[in-house]
Design a protein around this ligand. Structure first.
Ligand code: SF4
Ligand code: SF4
Length: 263
């Protein structure tokens, strides 16, 4: 099992709207995390191509007003979601597809992308990866254009939403365990991350919002992260670590762009 950047597909109707003015499309998938997430591997790239070429219908949900009679006999309306299936009205030309080994690696993109079949003809590139992969592909194409390695600069769109660094339970099923805060406190908390597992990201807890080990954030459906820390430290006979009072974190420190240079 590996840790991956977790992505989900944007609604296909959103992608169709995004690329509606671009006749010729190139699709770039991700051979790493988005393959494991089933959001950008070979199969998803092929499916996206077929849908945009109008060879395969796509499914979506549409809100519809429906009348009903309430308990007092009054006629009312409510909105329900109805499943629909359609085929794109103006099919695109797919100039080429590629599944990049790791779209987030500038060195690999620089080698693979500019020489990919069909990249020069494309009005737009759809990147089926996380946000890092999409930005790296974008930068790579801009550099390739500046250096004359491709003839024109296409638009670049991302087809996925990026969520978190996840633990793989099984293919397509993930749990968030780390938010990459850059100041890891797992050694103090018995290996449970309060930044992720506490609904308010508190540095000390539980707060008054815990009932029977559950957190008030998300209506008591989630375990209280600090109760989990307590149970783990108790199991380890390390409850002394629980007595430490921690200062609030300056979260602004990791909202600005961060760089790492381990060389
Ligand atoms: S404290 Fe939590 S979010 Fe921060 S690095 Fe450690 S596991 Fe990741
Ligand atoms: S109940 Fe627990 S997890 Fe929820 S906010 Fe309070 S300390 Fe954090």
């Amino acid at each position: 099992m590996i840790n991956v950047i977790i992505t989900t597909k944007k609604p296909i109707t959103e992608i169709i709207e995004l690329v509606k003015d671009s006749e010729k499309l190139f699709i770039a998938g991700c051979g790493s995390c988005s393959t494991v997430c089933l959001t950008g591997g070979e199969n998803q790239v092929s499916e996206m191509a077929e849908i945009l070429e109008g060879k395969k219908p796509y499914s979506f949900q549409e809100p519809v007003e429906e009348e009903y009679v309430d308990k007092k006999g009054r006629t009312k309306t409510k909105t329900i979601m109805v499943d629909r299936e359609e085929t794109v009205k103006e099919p695109h030309v797919i100039t080429g597809t590629i599944v990049l080994e790791e779209p987030c690696d500038r060195r690999l993109d620089t080698k693979e992308l500019p020489k990919a079949d069909g990249i020069n003809e494309a009005d737009a590139v759809i990147v089926m990866s996380c946000g890092v992969g999409m930005q790296t592909v974008y930068e790579t194409l801009i550099k390739a254009k500046e250096r004359g390695k491709i003839q024109k600069m296409p638009m670049v769109f991302v087809s996925n939403d990026t969520h978190f660094i996840g633990q793989t339970q099984r293919i397509g099923v993930f749990t968030e365990l780390c938010r990459g805060c850059g100041d890891c406190m797992l050694n103090e908390t018995g290996g449970i991350c309060p930044v992720v597992r506490c609904g308010k990201g508190l540095m000390n807890g539980p707060c008054g919002g815990m009932i029977d080990g559950k957190c008030e954030v998300k209506d008591y459906t989630l375990d209280c992260g600090w109760a989990l820390v307590y149970q783990r430290l108790k199991l380890l006979d390390e409850l002394r670590a629980y007595e430490k009072i921690r200062e609030p974190r300056d979260y602004a420190r990791f909202y600005a762009t961060r760089d790492v240079n381990n060389r």
